[in-house]
Design a protein around this ligand. Structure first.
Ligand SMILES: Cc1ncc(COP(=O)(O)O)c(C=O)c1O
Length: 341
């Protein structure tokens, strides 16, 4: 029996499965700062293996993972290239400026993808007036472009240009498994086009805490040191790494259910007159409710009446589907909403 979790706000709200709770209770522990927590070591090894990289480091969050990887790949004053709506640029508290003293240079993407011609244009040749460019960041799935899965060939195009310019490429793969499942490819097909990847265990994969950064051994060891600097050196962290291992072993394939449910939700909301802002590709449905005369408060309150949590701002919102929401929940939500309208 899946524990119900009628909450559209994000896939971060997912709670651990019974198997994860057992794994937490029974986890073999050590002190991870000394490198001897066997459960953390296993999570890091497994993550690197699945994503096709040499090594991994378990971090507290996606934000911390992106920060550690970026700090490991750049030097103070460097320019880094990001997509304009990317999470790193917009939603990580300006960490790249504060901690890395980095200059962001942004590109407006095509559904989250930086077109080769735009990327080439923004990569300036050496000049005494310019900061040095050292890193390109890509996000897959791209959250604020609508949960868009970038294809292997889109990833490759950014990778090839980065390598032509001798730049590293960091992938914010918070939801990289949503991308691989939606595209029907092995995740390595996508991650081969990144030097480092941060992916989240605590989103659609439903583990309670944490992300992993994977990449070349020397870079991961640098990232590990930055994790310590940022206060992320954890001790008996096997307690939270154990559900991460269960997540990787049991929760990837089921992401397709979330994608199907997001599509069902989007089709139903469209029938009810809401405007769908992006075609649904993964587990996110973006809508505009102002077209039926509702405010953000109306939308949130009507969801509450039906037993759902939602968030909304201005004229639009993002609804996330995840573990704890099943097909019949979406169907009864849509029926309830129809009556309220
Ligand atoms: C694309 C993307 N990257 C990174 C993060 C940051 O993850 P966390 O909330 O664990 O810091 C998020 C969080 O929603 C995200 O959507």
């Amino acid at each position: 029996m899946v524990e119900k979790n009628l909450d559209f706000r994000s896939d971060t709200v997912t709670r651990p499965t019974p198997e994860m709770r057992d794994a937490m209770y029974n986890a073999e522990l050590g002190d991870d700062v000394y490198g001897d927590d066997p459960t953390v070591n296993e999570l890091e090894r497994l993550s690197a293996e699945i994503l096709g990289k040499e090594a991994g480091v378990f971090v507290t969050s996606g934000t911390q993972g992106n920060a550690c990887a970026i700090l490991a790949l750049t030097s103070r004053g460097d320019e880094i290239i990001l997509e304009r709506r990317s999470h790193i640029y917009n939603n990580e508290v300006g960490g790249l400026a504060v901690m890395g003293q980095l200059m962001p240079r942004t590109i407006i993407g095509d559904e989250g993808w930086m077109r080769p011609e735009d990327l080439r244009n923004e990569l300036r040749p050496w000049n005494i007036h310019y900061p040095d460019t050292s890193l390109v960041c890509v996000e897959n799935t791209h959250n604020s472009a609508g949960g868009v899965p970038l294809t292997a060939s889109q990833m490759k195009s950014n990778w090839d240009i980065s390598k032509e310019h001798e730049l590293n490429l960091h992938l914010d793969g918070a939801r990289i498994f949503n991308a691989s499942v939606a595209l029907g490819v092995d995740v390595k097909e996508l991650t081969q086009y990144a030097d480092t990847i941060q992916f989240c265990l605590s989103k659609g994969l439903s583990a309670p805490v944490g992300s992993v950064v994977v990449g070349p051994k020397d870079i991961v060891e640098k990232a590990r040191k930055y994790r310590k600097m940022l206060g992320g050196g954890m001790r008996q962290a096997g307690v939270i790494a154990a559900p991460g291992i269960v997540a990787l072993k049991t929760m990837i394939d089921r992401l397709s259910e979330d994608h199907d449910n997001a599509k069902l939700l989007s089709d139903g909301l469209e029938e009810l007159g809401f405007k769908i802002l992006f075609p649904v590709r993964t587990n996110m449905t973006y809508i505009d409710y102002s077209v039926i005369g509702w405010t953000a408060q109306d939308f949130i309150q009507n969801c509450e009446k039906l037993g759902w949590k939602a968030r909304a701002r201005g004229n639009s919102t993002r609804l996330c589907t995840h573990y704890g929401i099943e097909r019949e929940d979406i169907e009864s939500f849509l029926e309830g909403l129809k009556k309220l309208i």
